[in-house]
Design a protein around this ligand. Structure first.
Ligand SMILES: [Zn+2]
Length: 251
């Protein structure tokens, strides 16, 4: 009886040992976890990051007092659209700034520029172009983006996303810049890239802009990201968007 019990015990120990070994081997050979299959409908939905309230927006027009009214209007645009653009990009888990400063200066080359929690605006520009409040949406997008530097960071895409939020989300009814298939390319930045992104969003994946934004945030962007999202490379996609006309016949 004792012997029988002992052999059962040994058998049990050996079995457990093999089981444990099997588990260890399995842990070693397990391929990296594949992400859960994406909901097939998700490509038809624009994904929004969690909502935030507006950071405090301050205005300083002491250098350009005649810009006061425009500055006050720009403040409202930033208060309303910063949270909106925040939701349109992949900001989940990111902490928004506490304050955004709008500074109006009488001398500045660029109509507006953004950085360090501040948007600096050319006074003469807003006097000549009072309708250009949309440029505030482009600039506040840069404050939302705040991408880290990394080798191969595509400046054209950074500007393209900022113009996408402006021209395709803030003022989609404004007439479009015409794309010239012979001259333009996706790397042209600004409105050309924005129009390309809008085309891809509509044709392939409504979430393409936030997806690209995420890769710029975590420094994993390469042009191959377009292949991962759409199954096609950038040149093929651009040719779908802006096909070159056949060469003119000579006869
Ligand atoms: Zn810009």
């Amino acid at each position: 009886m004792m012997i029988f019990r002992r052999s059962v015990l040994i058998a049990l120990t050996v079995t457990m040992g093999i089981f444990a070994l099997g588990q260890a081997a399995q842990a070693q050979n397990t391929p990296p976890a594949t992400p859960p299959a994406e909901n097939p409908l998700s490509k038809y939905v624009y994904p929004l990051a969690p909502a935030i309230s507006s950071p405090k927006v301050t205005i300083d027009y002491s250098d350009y007092p005649q810009g006061e009214e425009w500055a006050k209007e720009a403040k409202v645009v930033v208060e309303q659209w910063f949270p909106a653009v925040w939701q349109m990009l992949a900001t989940e888990g990111v902490t928004p700034p506490e304050t955004i400063r709008l500074v109006f200066v009488k001398e500045q080359k660029a109509p507006a520029q953004a950085g360090g929690g501040q948007i600096s605006v050319s006074g003469p520009w807003i006097t000549q172009h009072p309708e250009d409040l949309g440029m505030m949406v482009h600039e506040l997008t840069h404050l939302v983006q705040k991408y880290p530097g990394f080798p191969g960071k595509p400046g054209w895409l950074v500007e393209g996303i900022a113009d996408y939020t402006r021209w395709w989300r803030y003022e989609p009814e404004t007439p479009r810049q015409k794309i010239d298939p012979l001259k333009n390319k996706y790397t042209d930045s600004y409105r050309v890239t924005a129009a390309f992104l809008a085309f891809l969003s509509n044709k392939y994946d409504k979430g393409i802009v936030p997806k690209l934004d995420k890769t710029l945030r975590d420094k994993t962007y390469t042009d191959a990201v377009f292949v991962q999202i759409t199954g096609k490379d950038l040149d093929t996609l651009w040719n779908e968007f802006a096909p070159k006309p056949p060469p003119a016949s000579t006869n």
